[in-house]
Design a protein around this ligand. Sequence first.
Ligand code: SF4
Ligand code: SF4
Length: 194
Amino acid sequence: MGTIVVSREFKRRSGLGLILSGTWALLSGLWLTLKRMIYNLWHRKDSTTVEYPSQKVKRSSRFRGVHVLTKKADGEIRCTACMLCATACPAECIRIVASENENPDLEKSPSTYEIDSLRCVFCGFCEEACPVDAIRMTPEYETSNVSASNFIWDINFLMNRPSLKGGVTSRCPEDRPHHQRVRKGLTAELPPKN
Ligand code: SF4
Ligand code: SF4
């Protein structure tokens, strides 16, 4: 194995040279800032800066924000506690406790469903993994809060927070549990009934 020795003489500026080069760098930076400020004052329409929060940027339809747990037509939770989302989650931030339904014809459902949003990386894997459109990601992104405990989103927050205005209905029919993958904006053809 050969070795290449690279030598470079390091010239340290001193005295007046150091002061002049530092002043020049400082003034160049200030000039650039001033130039942009004057330009933006006269071309406000071209500016990409928005006055948040009074002004908001329109999000892409594929934006992945705060989750929602969807409902059945009767208002019950659509989730069947199959754990696929929790298994797919790379941040391991979904906690589900499943409970059996009293009616043996109905699937089980979660008695607890929590997402630790401080660990969530908003990757969307949970939404992708869900076979019944029971979890979706919304365009909501304003999640600031003052208490760490409020960043654990429970079933009530995920289903019934005020911004959902009564909740979101699942696109997956209830009589075809786990038969069909339903993706955002697309209801694929269903298999024939047996
Ligand atoms: S968005 Fe990703 S990290 Fe967040 S809960 Fe879903 S799978 Fe987990
Ligand atoms: S994958 Fe869907 S149905 Fe299964 S536990 Fe998660 S949200 Fe519920």
